[in-house]
Write a protein that binds this ligand. Structure first.
Ligand SMILES: NC(=O)NCCC(=O)O
Length: 423
């Protein structure tokens, strides 16, 4: 990608680490120093041999090699240029085994901005998002994607910063309009689709949940999972809208493998990741909505760590763009009111159990990231590192059981000399 002129300023900012150029801040259009992503920035600025080495250190190696890209059909590529979305594809290999055939599945992640301004009539906003996603899903279908995951609350702007209740109108029952729209596409492309929506539970007093609906490759509904951990950080005022989920840690056994969904803020909770692993997940999706200033340094670490610690693949998705709301709100921190969350920085990517990961999609463009993954890699990593075998769950079970008791006391052994006055 060409560097954009918006980043051309050479002004300097003083920091603890010396002066850095103004352009090194992500600009308001979401570019990073004029590049789509960190990967693009490094590629454009390093000598090829240096870039290769930096890539090895940043992205890891898969079966001793850098990740291979895969060629996609022309029809998918032309949809990406016609509809202006980023399209990238990689292959995670596993070692050849003597007793098992490879189990290769093609998995896709979609990140996108909203399609209309948040002031447009709600029905128009929703329909426009459907229209925007259709060619991206078609590109996934044309590429032979087996399992596709959309971003958190994909049918709506991420309005939970506002605390205004009118956005509840975007909620739908599991069998609602968005599910019907995706069921057709799932059947057409023989594809499992994970659809994270704001759910209205009509059988339980119209309660709202943040839910991922799992649509099978025959267009059937396999099940749903509701977000376990609700953020109370920054402008993420989601507890105003829905409660902590009540579906546990389900793993959905599909034609293509065992999958689970750890919705957004759940990625900060290692036990949440663990629970999906204990139930046998081979791929865990993390559909998210998060902004640069809050979480970008955590983003490349948490999912990758979960993939390593739990010997499964992770697909991380974040929306893109800055969503501006009609009425300003405050963050309760004494700073001025504002009408947006900040920039949703995209950067969707896959992480593998062998610590390798793909480069991220763009920080500011819609995108489809595809990866072939040989699910045999999960067991191969369990055999190699033995994290599951060596985990000592009984120690943690005891600690947690005690911790939950009202009379729990932390196990601290104090230095007897600590409180002695020196004579
Ligand atoms: N949607 C959501 O849970 N966002 C919380 C912010 C974060 O976890 O980075």
């Amino acid at each position: 990608m060409e560097k954009s002129s918006a980043s051309a300023s050479e002004d300097k900012i003083e920091t603890q680490n010396g002066p850095i150029p103004q352009q090194s801040k992500a600009s308001s259009d979401g570019c990073i120093c004029g590049y789509d992503s960190l990967h693009q920035l490094l590629k454009a600025n390093l000598e090829p041999h240096l870039f290769q080495e930096v890539n090895r250190l940043l992205l890891g190696l898969n079966c001793g090699r850098g990740l291979e890209t895969i060629a996609l059909p022309e029809s998918a590529k032309s949809l990406s240029s016609q509809h202006n979305f980023d399209l990238q594809a990689f292959h995670f290999h596993a070692d050849k085994e003597l007793l098992r055939e490879p189990r290769i599945v093609r998995v896709g992640l979609i990140q996108n901005s909203i399609a209309l301004q948040t002031t447009a009539p709600f029905l128009d906003q929703k329909r426009a998002i459907f229209e925007k996603l259709k060619p991206i899903i078609d590109a996934a279908g044309a590429s032979g994607v087996n399992i596709l995951c959309l971003q958190e609350a994909w049918t709506m702007p991420f309005a939970f910063c506002t605390r205004e209740k009118r956005w509840c109108e975007f909620a739908e029952p599991v069998q609602g309009e968005s599910t019907k729209f995706l069921q057709e596409l799932a059947q057409k492309y023989n594809m499992v689709i994970i659809s994270p929506i704001l759910e209205r539970d009509v059988n339980h007093g119209e309660t709202l949940w943040n839910t991922a609906v799992i649509i099978g490759n025959h267009g059937n509904i396999i099940g749903k999972h509701r977000k376990n951990h609700i953020p109370r950080v920054g402008d993420f005022n989601e507890s105003t809208y829905y409660m902590e989920g009540n579906t546990g840690h389900p793993v959905f056994e599909t034609t293509y493998g065992k999958i689970a969904v750890n919705i957004c803020y759940g990625r900060h909770h290692p036990l949440n990741w663990l629970a999906f692993g204990l139930n046998g997940a081979e791929i865990v999706f993390n559909p998210s909505a998060t902004v640069g200033e809050l979480s970008e340094p955590m983003w490349p670490i948490e999912a990758r760590n979960a993939a390593i610690a739990n010997s499964y693949f992770v697909g991380s998705i974040n929306r893109v763009g800055t969503e501006i709301f009609p009425n300003p709100f405050t963050s309760g921190d004494g700073k001025p009111q504002h009408a947006d969350f900040g920039h949703f920085y995209g950067s969707s990517h896959f992480s593998a159990p062998d610590a390798s990961c793909t480069p991220s999609l763009s920080r500011h463009r819609d995108g489809l990231l595809i990866s072939d993954m040989d699910l045999n890699l999960c067991r191969q990593l369990k055999d190699k590192w033995g994290f599951r075998m060596t985990a000592r769950y009984e120690l943690y079970a005891d600690l947690l059981a005690n911790y939950l008791k009202p009379d729990f006391e932390p196990q601290i052994i104090s230095d007897p000399l600590l409180h002695k006055k020196s004579s």
